[in-house]
Design a protein around this ligand. Structure first.
Ligand SMILES: [Cu+2]
Length: 155
């Protein structure tokens, strides 16, 4: 009984730590909020990363994303084709002037193709983002279980 209680407490502590690991980053006029990626069950080959770009300046574009975590990294949009949602690679992501561009499940995302060993919950890895105007920045992405409620995050 005591053992069960302790492991439950540890589980809660780990979840809490995981939720607070997410960091925000800044380059030029762009704040990069809560970069996270979907943790995978086991050694799954593909996943996706998400974050919000909050732009305090003129319109900008995300041109590329690079990193060692996967064999190939692409910027994807979701489009509806004949009633089915499909992913499409896009050349760049528009970030409006004094506005936000949001990468989230079911919408724009950074596709991680060919993961070496899946993504464990809590695993952190760097991604280098290149913006047309703001320049380059490396952000730390935290793998999180998709069951986390991301809509509840406040920034
Ligand atoms: Cu995709």
């Amino acid at each position: 009984m005591k053992k069960i209680l302790i492991s439950a407490l540890l589980g809660f502590a780990a979840t809490f730590a995981g939720a607070s690991l997410a960091q925000d980053f800044k380059v030029g006029n762009i704040n990069i909020e809560h970069p996270w990626a979907r943790a995978t069950p086991g050694a799954v080959k593909n996943s996706a990363a998400f974050m919000v770009f909050d732009n305090k300046g003129a319109a900008d574009k995300l041109l590329s994303v690079t990193g060692d975590v996967a064999r190939e990294i692409q910027i994807h949009s979701m489009v509806r084709e004949a009633g089915v949602m499909r992913m499409r690679e896009i050349k760049s992501l528009d970030i409006p002037a004094n506005g936000k561009a949001e990468l989230k499940p079911g919408g724009f995302h950074i596709m991680l193709i060919g993961l070496k060993d899946g993504l464990k919950d809590g695993h952190k890895f760097p991604l280098k983002l290149k913006f047309e105007k703001a320049g380059e920045v490396t952000v730390t992405v935290v793998a999180e279980k998709a069951t986390h409620d991301h809509s509840g995050h406040k920034h």
